[in-house]
Ligand binder design. Structure first.
Ligand SMILES: [Ca+2]
Ligand SMILES: [Ca+2]
Length: 97
């Protein structure tokens, strides 16, 4: 239960993109229902689009995390940020062949 007011809520679930919903108004005595759809995360481990995931892709994600500018999108899980979660996905894909 929330006190009356205006809230911003963040929704998240494993395998889906986070979503933020602003201006949810809670009034006294009523339940407020919020329906929304979360978009599934699209995993892309072939960072350089050469048809396979290997050490080159790992290197690109590492460079991106270190702040280097690279010519590919290193966001493996599509969540809008490049971090160790992306590196983990690419490393896992390499180790699984
Ligand atoms: Ca690749
Ligand atoms: Ca990411």
């Amino acid at each position: 239960m929330l006190l009356p007011g205006t809230y911003t809520l963040k929704f998240s679930a494993p395998g889906y993109k986070n979503k933020r919903k602003r201006d949810i108004v809670v009034t006294d005595g009523r339940a407020v229902r919020v329906n929304l759809k979360l978009k599934p995360l699209v995993i892309k481990t072939d960072i350089n689009d050469d048809g396979e995931t290997n050490a080159s892709d790992v290197q690109l994600v590492v460079l991106a995390i270190l702040g280097k500018s690279i010519s590919h999108d290193p966001d493996a899980n599509g969540d809008g940020a490049t971090d160790t979660a992306d590196l983990q996905l690419v490393v896992n894909a390499v180790s699984q062949g």
